[in-house]
Design a protein around this ligand. Sequence first.
Ligand SMILES: Nc1ncnc2c1ncn2[C@@H]1O[C@H](COP(=O)(O)OP(=O)(O)OP(=O)(O)O)[C@@H](O)[C@H]1O
Ligand SMILES: [Mg+2]
Length: 354
Amino acid sequence: MNSTALIATADGPLGDDLLRLAAAAGASAEVVRQSAAARVGWRRPGLVLVGDDLADDLAGVPHRSDVVLVARAPDPDLYRRAVDVGAQQVAVLPADEPVVVDALAASAEPAGGEGVMVCVCGARGGAGTTVLAAALAMTAARDGTRTLLVDADPLGGGLDQMLGVEEDDGVRWAGLTERRGRLSASLLRESLPRVGALSVLTGDPGGPVPEAAASAVLDAAVRGYELTVVDVPRRPDLVGQTALRTAAVTFLLVPAEVRPTMAAARWAPELAELTADLRLVVGLPSPAGLTPDIVAECVALPAAGVLERDERLAVLTEDGDLERGLRRGPMRALCDYLLSEVPISVPSVQRRAA
Ligand SMILES: Nc1ncnc2c1ncn2[C@@H]1O[C@H](COP(=O)(O)OP(=O)(O)OP(=O)(O)O)[C@@H](O)[C@H]1O
Ligand SMILES: [Mg+2]
């Protein structure tokens, strides 16, 4: 049996309902109708859902984690039966369907740790922040890292067009703003548009993303991807703020120009309060001759990298072909270098489950 969940019930409609919830959660599940069969398969799956009809027959089974007793109606003896089968949770359907879906979604996810989040912010509009975020994500995905690129600009950062996925009918932010609780990472991975190996979450959410949805989505992102790159706008909303708090590394792109450098000097301390590891990337050329060292001194951050303007890239991003723009040139070299300095660990269990 390779299912992630075992459903033990002789109640046909209950079994069907739980299989439906498993499908919604992206989990594979198997129904057994007899307590003897449930005892045989008891320890193997990540989750066991015990139907209330078989609870008495299964009393005294060996203790294990992740057991939920599922009933159709509350009754005074329910908690006694839950204790007898060693269940940690009781779910009364249909009201507790979300509890069951969360447990099923959790069982479908590979164990083995979380991925890394990286944020990219820019000190002025049009600095090339979105292109840098997309280029980092695309470079990592090309190198075999399971990667997600998230647009955290409430107005939409234009990534769909830049990556040429406008026509893809995968899920956008607007389809996720009602999310609450745990979102299945595998479900997220399957529903988002892709550019080659890279998944992307883009689009205008159609209003502010509620805190619960921002957390649910970003939490699923770090569980489902080895690397999540987030394009964070200059006035981050809840999605951007949550991403900054979650990120292992945040790159602040500052064009070597007087006003953006002064703006970055004011903003950097605020950002450094929010995010764990703030690193400076200096954009060149500089019309007034500011060197990366001068910018780094003003912003009071060491320069982690320098980004040279590349006219070829300007044309290719306008044409929705960033991928071609990364085959060679300064952006590719910068992304290779910046990613080599990010602690992307690849949990072995996630690799196997990919
Ligand atoms: N490294 C680069 N070399 C040349 N052109 C670039 C580079 N990066 C971005 N551009 C061009 O600059 C324009 C703005 O880029 P981008 O959308 O990445 O900026 P931004 O900082 O995200 O802007 P916004 O403030 O609107 O979010 C794009 O049209 C893109 O083609
Ligand atoms: Mg942008």
